[in-house]
Design a binder for this molecule. Structure first.
Ligand code: PXP
Length: 246
């Protein structure tokens, strides 16, 4: 089995910064420093850095994306909604990976997967343009066969299986969600897609996720940044990577 890779989502570091320094990226007081945080994650073993440039710019700013693009030593995974403005930015930045996500202005974080099956017409030109620019396109979808079929039709490179329902349930419902993720991972792998997962994965439930077959990469944010408050960012990333490897 290949080694499971970790993309660290650093949006919450930007959330903390924006709470105090909105519009002040170039101020000497502006902290915490996103590029320094990304470098620490990379040094600790992250295989990539994930950021979500939201239409409302509530955490990550355009300038963050451009600066990270220059400073990252690993790879950039840019999460984004399928909107013309953000697609143009992605084509300028050319991250290694783009993950298309649903976006809803009032949500606290991404809720539910992208309805790729229901939005084939809207997604087709976007995926084509990103593919043509040499960007690997991933779709953040529910672990459901019709969504995986849509990813194949769209010529996506990867799917990121939404693990939120798994993370937020207990008992039988939790076991059922885990089974759904396992089946979806196998189904997507058989159809030639790279299989990633993310949302709500933490230091405890990683023990179940790491046993899911065919997973290549996990994108994890909130639990790492939460632990970093007590343990420091480097230790928090290293601890999660150790847990991923069992
Ligand atoms: N992957 C995607 C597509 C997401 O939208 C998010 C949340 O921003 C994550 C992964 C990370 O989720 P969490 O912060 O719960 O680890």
């Amino acid at each position: 089995m290949n080694t499971l890779l970790l993309g660290v989502n650093i949006d919450h570091i930007a959330t903390l910064r924006q709470a105090r320094y909105p519009g002040m990226l170039d101020s000497p007081n502006c902290e915490p420093d996103l590029l320094a945080a990304a470098a620490i994650c990379e040094k600790a073993g992250a295989s990539g850095i994930t950021t979500h440039l939201r239409a409302d710019r509530r955490h990550i700013q355009d300038e963050d994306v451009y600066r990270l693009r220059k400073s990252l030593k690993t790879k950039m995974n840019l999460e984004m909604g399928n909107t013309p403005e953000i697609v143009e930015i992605a084509l300028r930045v050319k991250p290694e990976d783009v993950c298309l996500v649903p976006e809803n202005r009032r949500e606290i974080t991404t809720e539910g997967g992208l309805d790729a099956a229901g939005q084939l017409d809207a997604l087709t030109p976007t995926v084509r343009r990103l593919n043509d620019a040499g960007i690997h396109v991933s779709l953040f979808i529910e672990p459901a066969f019709p969504q995986i079929d849509a990813a194949v039709k769209l010529h996506a490179h990867s799917v990121e299986l939404h693990t939120g329902a798994f993370a937020n349930t207990q008992g039988e419902a939790h076991a059922a969600e885990l089974a759904r993720i396992r089946e979806a991972a196998a189904y997507a792998h058989e159809r030639g897609l790279q299989v990633n997962a993310g949302h709500g994965i933490n230091y405890v439930n990683i023990a179940e996720i790491r046993e899911v077959p065919y997973l290549t990469e996990l994108n994890i944010g909130h639990t790492i940044i939460s632990r970093a408050i007590f343990a420091g960012l480097e230790a928090a990333v290293k601890e999660l990577i150790a847990a991923m490897r069992g």
